[in-house]
Design a protein around this ligand. Structure first.
Ligand code: KG4
Ligand code: ZN
Length: 356
């Protein structure tokens, strides 16, 4: 059997991306191209992603991004096995642009369509990069999602825990905003924290020690705001110290929540995970990466941490999830609808604090 070749399209938030990925019959993956155009500069004057502007920007450049991905991969549309598009969850205007384009290409090239869940794509990336086997424990930490999941198979996810309020990336972005740091806030807070004293402020670590592997960030975020208001006007050192103390609290609570997640995994599946997999934009943070190396070692499990460019949103993860689904015969017809919300674990979605 020949390798599968899948084109993937991502446009659910503020990156416009297309990629071609190959999957061998043994399940090994290879990225042939991964073109990512960030809209950060377009949104930065507004201090956050403006959905309508994002959708228009996707329309303007998506065709070029796809053409470039196909050129770099040096494949023709006829050589593709399938076309994959992220059908949600995300900002609905952008999702419509991406999945409609995927449908049009599938129709014109007479290729099967795979409608991919963006979260599933984050979840499966470690199989592309590290060949991780099921079942594994996934920590998904992005701007919109903070969850611990048991990834049991393609299409089989159990949500073990989630945030009761803000996502971790959202907390980074809000802390940056209250300290007047540029958007997107995560990398700025990380930069400031490197110059600061993490012991200056003893911020709360909500949910630490709890058995259920859930998260809560809003109390921590409020503590940072109150301290910033008390100190105002802030010196450069104040800003750095606030960032360092905030990030130290996030490190501690992530480590503790992952440990609780590993216990919940074992209780549920009757065995430990093959690996701890981390995905989502926050996994680009170096101190967080370093701390998770120690957590995985303590848990006696392998750590799979995709490179930074594959942790943040990209087309390769959509193409790969499309290839994994296609290999199992899972395709979608052209009537598939874009979805603003699309939880990975439908059972968990019915619970009171579901966000995805
Ligand atoms: O996965 P992603 O690219 O987009 C989605 O939310 O789906 O994640 C973006 C989030 C933003 O909240 C951003 O501030 C955060 O990831 N982020 C970081 C870092 N780089 C990106 N947070 C902390 N430290 C970083 N270095
Ligand atoms: Zn994402």
């Amino acid at each position: 059997m020949a390798d599968l070749l899948v084109l993937g399209i991502e446009s659910t938030c503020d990156e416009t991306s297309a990629a071609v990925v190959a999957r061998s019959p043994s399940g090994a993956g290879q990225i042939r191209s991964n073109v990512v155009r960030s809209q950060v500069e377009i949104h930065s004057p507004y201090g956050g992603v403006v959905p309508e502007i994002a959708a228009r920007a996707h329309v303007e450049i998506l065709d070029h991004v796809i053409a470039e991905a196909m050129r770099q991969a040096n494949v023709s549309y006829q050589e593709l096995s399938a076309v994959a598009g992220a059908a949600g969850p995300g900002l609905i205007g952008g999702v419509i642009v991406g999945i409609t384009t995927a449908k049009a290409i599938a129709l014109a090239a007479r290729k099967p369509l795979v409608a991919v869940n963006h979260l599933e794509a984050h979840a499966l990336t470690a199989r592309l990069t590290d060949g991780v086997a099921f079942p594994y424990l996934l920590l998904l930490v992005s701007g919109g999602h903070t969850q611990l999941l048991a990834v049991e198979d393609v299409g089989r996810y159990t949500r073990l825990g989630t945030t009761l309020d803000d996502a971790v990336g959202e907390a980074f972005d809000k802390v940056a905003k209250m300290l007047s740091l540029p958007y997107p806030g995560g990398p700025e807070v990380e930069k400031q924290a490197a110059q600061g004293d993490a012991r200056r402020f003893a911020f709360p670590r909500p949910m630490m020690g709890r058995r259920e592997p859930d998260f809560s960030l809003s109390g921590l975020k409020t503590a940072v705001r109150l301290e910033a208001e008390r100190l105002a006007p802030l010196s450069e050192q104040d800003v750095a110290d606030l960032c360092a103390s905030f990030q130290a609290a996030v490190l501690d609570l992530l480590a503790d929540r992952v440990r609780a997640g590993a216990k919940a995994f074992r209780d549920r599946l009757g065995r430990g995970p093959t690996a701890l997999v981390v995905a989502g934009g926050v996994a680009a943070n170096t101190p967080i990466r370093e701390s998770l190396v120690r957590v995985a070692a303590d848990l006696n499990t392998r750590l799979a941490l995709p490179t930074r460019d594959l942790c943040t949103d990209n087309g390769a993860m959509i193409a790969w999830a499309g290839a994994e689904r296609f290999a199992l015969g899972m395709t979608d017809d052209l009537t598939v609808s874009p979805r603003a919300r699309w939880p990975l674990d439908p059972a968990a979605a019915a619970s009171p604090h579901a966000r995805a």
